[in-house]
Ligand binder design. Structure first.
Ligand code: UP5
Ligand code: MG
Length: 201
């Protein structure tokens, strides 16, 4: 079998998973501010590809995101691999991969073809609180999926399709769960503690 693009000692990959609106992007930004991490959000990469003039996937991505469905893994993995290669060229090696893998086929393919993960951060929060956060953000975000119809579909996809990925890594003892219902600052303090128990940051 061909080797992954990046060897185990070349990069450190941390997956950041959790329901829609739980605070993945917010907490990754905190970690980037304070430590030597690169933050790659699969959703942000897909939105940028969707907006890129001449992209052959623009329409497909737009439909999938509005419907809260998972874009075919080949597209997302290619975007992540390219972004990682650019960062590695600049000497960066520690990656927070946010909102990915959210389907089993993505998890397996990424680890076979791109890089094996160190562990997964799982941000845990009730749907009720995530809904409040998303509706509030939706007042200004301009995101096509921050509306009640799309949010309900995103929640369902998360439970049906993404939770099995978290269970898969949990069985390998590779999940760090971070409760996310408290304030951003409290969540961040706990997150830092939990990461530093597992790796030096
Ligand atoms: N906020 C954050 N933390 C808070 C706290 N502790 N207390 C109070 N408020 C808090 O936060 C959301 C909002 O909550 C913000 O206003 C924040 O200030 C506030 P944010 O950090 O943005 O949460 P995040 O978890 O990043 O939410 P996001 O909406 O980005 O999560 P999703 O997982 O739904 O979105 P993503 O961009 O990852 O994916 C979007 C879509 O892309 C998917 O539905 C799917 O269609 C597609 N996709 C794929 O197909 N494949 C992929 O691999 C990835 C995405
Ligand atoms: Mg996000």
């Amino acid at each position: 079998m061909p080797l992954p693009t990046f060897a185990k000692d070349e990069v450190k990959v941390i997956f950041v998973l959790g329901g829609p609106g739980v605070g993945k992007g917010t907490q990754c930004a905190n970690l980037v501010r304070d430590y030597d991490f690169v933050h790659l959000s699969a959703g942000d990469l897909l939105r940028a590809e969707q907006a890129r003039e001449g992209s052959e996937f623009g329409e497909l991505i737009s439909t999938y995101i509005r419907e809260g469905r998972i874009v075919p893994q080949e597209i997302t993995i290619a975007l992540l691999r390219n972004a990682m290669q650019e960062e590695v060229k600049k000497g960066h090696t520690k990656f927070l991969i946010d909102g990915f893998p959210r389907k089993m086929d993505q998890a397996i393919k990424f680890e076979e073809d791109v890089a094996v993960s160190e562990f997964t951060l799982y941000f845990d929060c009730s749907e009720e609180i995530m809904l409040q956060r998303l509706l509030k953000r939706g007042e200004t975000s301009g995101r096509a999926d921050d509306n009640i119809e799309s949010i309900k579909k995103r929640f369902k996809t998360f439970v049906d399709t993404s939770m099995p990925v978290i269970d898969y890594y949990r069985k390998q003892d590779k999940v760090i769960t971070v409760p996310c219902e408290k304030t951003m600052e409290e969540v961040y303090n706990l997150l830092k503690e939990k990461i530093s128990d597992r790796m030096s940051i």
